[in-house]
Design a protein. Structure first.
Length: 378
């Protein structure tokens, strides 16, 4: 059974050298290392070339202890090492003496890797969502919905000017107890030009998401701001298009006809038909093939950028003092408004979350102080 240090130490800072493509799909957190595939119970001959694949810390939990391959030591905290696909479990003490793997330092590297992986996954999600969004814009562009909106708006302005001005003045407020469209009769309005600008802005954002994922992840804050702008523009265009459906609702058309009857001076008589408004000599009707675009690509894009934060830079561990003893607390930013602090206190690994880094560390420190004061029950 080997007891000497591994001659080739390649494990220090291992996660910093794992490629983005490999890291992004790794499941770094395990509940029970003994359930992993390829686990061996004896030390491989080439153990010196092994690297840490997982870490585990189940101290404080009511579970059977694990067995280290080096000397069969019992433990609840350690590493799963991997060499050429063979996995083996090493307790934290042997990891330090044989592989030069410091458990606390590795924990800091590991937490940073989780933060990096989560950010890279967010980039992948955003790339997928912006691709779907761009495809959705292409479908709208190739349809007639934008032109149909413009055609109806222009026909109202030129052939039913009283209706156009009345709906415009209402500005979304109710007439005869019925809410009027807000955008259909705005002047000037050019939904086609607005849509072209949206497509151009989307192309710019798409370009900013190409290339090295690590670089993109580091800029995710500014990219998210740009995408927020795309979403607002898309939602405004959808709101305008939905006004076309609202205008031709039976209740809306009936309210317009009622209002015309009461107008002073008296107006031409207006008639509400099925998806059609007419007088004796002119009419405007709902385009027969008009279909509202789906909102799902916009919702998917909003979900993809929710909580997106840049890849966290490597952070030095925080040293806290509890009852005269010092402890190492590692921190990472989990999302825009969530920080994680984790550390080992007298054999128990504990993790806290809060809105800021300092608050998360303070919460961990308070927990440790409570445990220190209740040592007899601990």
């Amino acid at each position: 059974m080997p007891e000497s240090k591994a001659k080739t130490v390649t494990t220090r800072g291992h996660w910093a050298y794992v490629s983005d493509d490999r890291l992004i799909d790794l499941d770094l957190e395990i509940d029970n290392p003994e359930t992993l595939e390829g686990l061996v119970r004896q030390v491989p001959a080439n153990y010196a070339d092994a690297h840490v694949e997982f870490k585990y810390d189940l101290r404080g939990m009511e579970i059977p202890e694990f067995t280290c391959v080096h000397g069969s030591h019992q433990h609840k905290a350690g590493f799963v090492m991997n060499v050429d696909g063979a996995r083996f479990m090493v307790g934290w003490i042997c990891a330090k003496t044989i592989y030069n793997e410091d458990f606390d330092q590795y924990t800091a590297d590991f937490e940073a890797a989780i933060g990096r992986r989560d950010a890279l996954r967010r980039v992948r999600e955003i790339r997928s969502a912006i691709t779907q969004f761009s495809t959705w814009l292409d479908r709208i562009s190739s349809s007639n919905v934008l032109q149909e909106f413009s055609t109806v708006s222009e026909r109202l302005r030129s052939h039913m000017s009283w209706v156009f001005e009345m709906v415009q003045s209402a500005n979304g407020r109710a007439i005869e107890g019925v809410a009027m469209p807000r955008h259909l009769c705005l002047a000037p309005t050019d939904i086609l030009a607005e849509f072209d600008r949206l497509m151009n802005a989307t192309a710019v954002v798409t370009m900013s998401l190409t290339g090295d994922a690590q670089r993109v992840a580091a800029s995710i804050g500014s990219i998210r701001t740009e995408i927020d702008g795309l979403i607002r523009r898309a939602e405004l265009i959808l709101a305008k298009l939905s006004d076309l459906e609202l205008f031709f609702q039976p209740a809306t058309l009936h309210a317009i006809c009622q209002h015309a009857e009461k107008a002073v001076p008296r107006r031409k008589r207006h008639f509400a038909g099925l998806m059609k408004l007419s007088t004796r000599d002119v009419f405007v009707e709902m385009p027969k093939d008009f279909v509202m675009p789906s909102v799902r690509p916009v919702e998917a894009l909003r979900a993809a950028i929710a909580g997106a934060v840049p890849v966290p830079a490597a952070r030095e561990p925080t040293i806290v003092t509890v009852s005269g003893e010092t402890y190492v607390v590692n921190t990472r930013q989990k999302s825009e408004s969530v920080w994680v602090a984790s550390g080992n206190f007298r054999g128990v690994q504990h993790r806290t979350e809060d809105r800021t880094e300092g608050a998360a560390v303070k919460q961990w420190e308070d927990w440790a102080a409570y445990k220190s004061g209740s040592r007899g029950r601990y």
